[in-house]
Ligand binder design. Structure first.
Ligand code: ATP
Ligand code: MG
Length: 414
């Protein structure tokens, strides 16, 4: 932490020694002032990209058109960007033109929020023309300049603003909030993938319920390019629940289940946000498992629960339990008397097999044992045995399984 910051200072000092200006800027300065962990260090400099490239032995021209060069030192990467300013955004997404400028203050003026527009000099002096330090103390997310204009230029900033407010538990300044309300239609211009990535950071962060509340009250997501249905759930005061879910996939499943989404809707949400098919499958399986429990006409007992586990997998079942513990209202199941999610968890852990692969007998062994021709009956039989094993009615041992298969097929064929 301290080491990477010091390394950043050395990069800036090297630029200064070559006659340029250089500052640590943006998220790293903000996070350091907040006492948060730093991830990446950004440096702003008056040096042009070619000059930066000439100065350091290991560089990658990561974003030359934007003036960005990545300087590699040991294991760390530093994004060094030439002071620049952006002119007119006719599409609410990309600046029409990027121009390099001489003055760090002009560079700071293009940044989104005051807390992200503080430059830290190698001598320890802050350049903070918009009062970012004051806003950090007051815990306020405020735009650099006129909010309506800034959100109009780049609609993603509205989501970023909500993300920062949630993550740091800050308030959104009044003008910024009005700016969001007046510019929210412009979210349409933003690629769904970028919307997804902001939402993902909000959910992965410290205060997902605050993020969801701000998203709901702003009505912002209703203006996304593709419609996301059902809308986000009203779930205030459940901060503790989020902290019990340590993987972001579980948090996504929780949001969607709280919103009342079924598996097709969960699938649709996450697909539209361009998440990996693995994540989509993982979350929609959890929703499908809930649907399966919901549609049971009888109260859910060990048999029904076990059938659900075999159908959707141990992982989905364990995830479902974790989510139901964090947010009890997610579990709408009509459990058999005296049964609930904790009992379901015990049953889950008692299952000695949950897939036919884990059975102590194989299909070809059944073929030999029963002297029948191979056919669909094999997998039926394996699944029948599996259910008995999963219910703890039969031991998962070759002897016992074979005896049961033999008994079953002899009875049937008398
Ligand atoms: P984090 O990395 O924690 O999400 P960050 O503030 O570092 O937060 P980055 O996306 O890494 O965010 O951007 C670095 C800096 O670039 C920001 O601090 C901000 O000054 C500026 N910036 C990033 N995105 C925008 C934007 N859409 N509009 C204006 N300035 C931006
Ligand atoms: Mg950053």
């Amino acid at each position: 932490q301290e080491a990477i910051w010091e390394e950043g200072i050395r990069v800036a000092s090297a630029l200064e020694a070559a006659g340029h200006e250089a500052y640590l800027v943006g998220g790293c300065v903000r996070d350091r002032l907040l006492g948060r962990e730093l991830h990446d260090i950004d440096i702003a400099t008056s040096a042009l990209p070619e000059q930066v490239m000439a100065l350091f032995p290991k560089v990658v021209p990561t974003g030359l058109p934007h003036g960005t060069v990545t300087v590699l030192i040991g294991e760390s990467a530093f994004e060094v960007t030439t002071f620049r300013h952006e002119t007119s955004y006719s599409d609410s997404r990309h600046p029409d033109e990027v121009a390099f400028v001489r003055d760090v203050k002009e560079d700071l003026a293009r940044r989104d929020f005051t807390v992200n527009a503080i430059a830290y000099g190698t001598n320890g002096v802050m350049i903070d023309p918009f009062g970012g330090q004051e806003d950090l103390k007051r815990r306020i997310v405020r735009c650099v300049g006129a909010a309506g204009e800034r959100f109009g230029e780049d609609a993603l900033r509205m989501l970023r603003g909500i993300r920062f407010a949630a993550e740091f538990d800050f308030e959104i300044d009044e003008e910024a909030w009005r700016g969001i309300l007046s510019q929210r239609e412009r979210l349409q211009r933003i690629a769904m993938e970028r919307v997804g990535s902001e939402l993902d950071k909000m959910l992965a962060g410290l205060h997902p319920s605050k993020a969801i509340r701000l998203l709901r009250t702003s009505g912002l997501l209703a203006h996304a390019k593709e419609s996301l249905y059902p809308p986000l759930p009203a779930i205030e005061g459940t901060e503790a629940g989020w902290h019990r879910l340590d993987r972001v996939e579980l948090r996504w499943a929780a949001v969607l289940l709280l919103a009342g989404a079924d598996s097709a809707q969960a699938d649709d949400w996450l697909r539209k946000l361009k998440f990996s098919s693995r994540r989509v499958a993982e979350v929609s399986a959890i929703a499908a498992l809930r649907g399966y429990l919901d549609e049971s006409r009888k109260p859910i007992d060990r048999e029904r629960w076990t059938a659900a586990v075999l159908r959707y997998g141990v992982k989905s079942a364990a995830d479902y339990i974790a989510i139901a513990r964090a947010f009890p209202s997610v579990d709408r199941s009509q459990w058999d008397s005296g049964v609930g999610i904790e009992r379901a968890d015990v049953w889950l852990r008692e299952m000695s097999a949950a897939t036919v692969k884990e059975l102590a007998v194989r299909g070809d062994e059944l073929v030999r044992l029963l002297g029948r021709e191979a056919g669909p009956w094999i997998s039926e039989e394996l699944n029948r045995l599996l259910l008995l094993v999963a219910l703890n009615k039969l031991k998962n041992e070759a002897q016992a399984l074979k005896a049961e298969a033999k008994r079953h097929w002899t009875d049937q064929n008398v």
